[in-house]
Design a protein around this ligand. Sequence first.
Ligand SMILES: [Zn+2]
Length: 307
Amino acid sequence: MATVSADRRERIAALDYDYAAQPKQTLTACNLCGAAEFIILAHRDRYGYPAEAQACRRCGLVFLNPRLTAEAYARFYDGIYRPLVSAFHGRLIDARTIQAEQREYAAERTEFLRPFIPDARLRTLLDIGGSTGVVAAHFAREFGLEGTVIDPAPLEIEQAQRLGLETITGLVEHHDFGSRRFDVVTICQTVDHLLDVAGTLMRVRQLLSDDGLLFIDIVDFRAAYLRNWSVEDAIKIDHPYYLTEPTIVAHLRRSAFEVLRSDYASDHLHVSYVCRSGTGNGDVPAASSVDALLREVRFVQNSPHRV
Ligand SMILES: [Zn+2]
């Protein structure tokens, strides 16, 4: 089992965040397919917290279970999340320092999206979980769109306001947009943080105009454990979900999105998708893909190559 280094362990302990004592909820149905047979893949996360990652035996969706309640996650994001990630990496990561990385991210994703942005027909952009607005501002500028950012973190929304974007502090699942529709919806480095992927995608489908485009990316769970050669090191309490190519594509199709193009990002960790509204279908990933995932997890957990 990969070890949490002593320095890192001390920095994390200094935050005094008692994960085990936080209120939690237990999931009894898979968010993707509704099945109830789960298999436990890991018993702790990369920070050393006792968090269980489970996989749905039917469709291969991986998620924390139990996991923090929505209120406990709100408290986590209001003061623990960025300091925890800073402690893990041993350098300051906050609403200001993340902006350089977000600019680089935006530039790369702009080129991925560009071929699908036909001139003039698209006017509005909604960035869900848009953080400091750096990415939304970049897309808005490059593609001539009016940008709106929705994010639950007040400190990050404050940064987004400075960029001249419309800002909404909150969650897309709860916010009332009335009859508003958006021509481009982006969910950047956010889907893994959601509490209800299926519900959010259904909501997005309603918010997207008829000819609109959805951009979404995942941290590919397989990439995360293969690069660390450790399943535990791929798990973190900030991510309720651990998506793979088969599970995110099934989620998108079930919400009536059609994938137009996908992209292995140059960081080799994220996989991005550009989608439009389609008819969709309710298929779940093939049993063979679930078997392949579980076999690979066992291989990584027990191979002599592990670090
Ligand atoms: Zn499932």
